[in-house]
Design a protein around this ligand. Structure first.
Ligand code: HEM
Length: 198
């Protein structure tokens, strides 16, 4: 066992900034939707839009960082057989005290299931939320962009569905990061300090 820098400084910044922004956008978004009554509709819309631009800026930096450092390779999907090994471990092995089938290293820090979950977040849920969000934001320009055939209701529906998917991801991610560690809050500490045992 050796302590290694698993999560670099930018990665930790990006992770926590994104978590904070998404949480705030869930709160303001569901206020716009009418589920929560806290800031008031107008303040919620204004805050949501400021946070949206901040999140888009953060994603641009994160994409640049992943491409230039080669960290994007951490998200290359594993084979179906490798994914099934993980599924078998989480559904059966873990209850029988089986050894964890995946050993984390600096160059391969996500297990096959994590790779699939994070890839879906980055290439499905996030683009779905920002493309529908930008369409929502620029509704007044649809006609001049030749998008008059689009339905605002469908765009709003896609945006809200993506927000629910984001919420579901957040709950599963929090549950797994707290429970799937040998030490109490080990994964959370690693994402704060950057260091983890390899
Ligand atoms: C990143 C780019 C995003 C943009 C540009 C954006 C933009 C918008 C806009 C313009 C609205 C409608 C405001 C109005 O009615 O005037 C809205 C609503 C909403 N947003 Fe976002 N948003 C983004 C991200 C997010 C995220 C990350 C979440 C949650 C995880 C979220 C959740 C919601 C929800 C739940 C609504 C209410 C939808 C409805 O009831 O129709 N948004 N967003």
């Amino acid at each position: 066992m050796a302590q290694v820098m698993m999560y670099k400084r930018f990665e930790r910044f990006w992770h926590w900034a994104q978590a904070l922004l998404i949480l705030s956008m869930l709160i303001t978004g569901f206020e716009i939707h009418g589920t929560i009554h806290w800031l008031g509709f107008e303040a919620a819309v204004n805050t949501h839009i400021i946070l949206a631009w901040t999140l888009i800026g953060l994603w641009i930096f994160a994409i640049f960082w992943h491409l230039t450092t080669g960290e994007w390779k951490q998200y290359i999907p594993a084979s179906f057989a490798q994914i099934m090994v993980m599924v078998r471990y989480y559904t059966i092995g873990i209850f029988q005290g089986a050894e964890h089938p995946f050993h984390k290293t600096r160059l391969k820090k996500h297990n096959p299931l994590q790779r699939m979950a994070y890839l879906s977040l980055h290439v499905l849920i996030s683009p779905m939320i920002w493309i529908s969000g930008l369409l929502y934001l620029f509704y007044a320009s649809w006609e001049s962009w030749g998008l008059e055939g689009f339905s605002l209701m469908i765009v709003a529906l896609i945006h809200t569905a993506a927000a629910f998917a984001m919420l579901a991801f957040l709950i599963a991610h929090l549950y797994l990061s707290i429970t799937m560690s040998d030490k109490p809050f080990g994964n959370i500490k690693a994402m704060i300090t950057g260091y983890e045992e390899e």
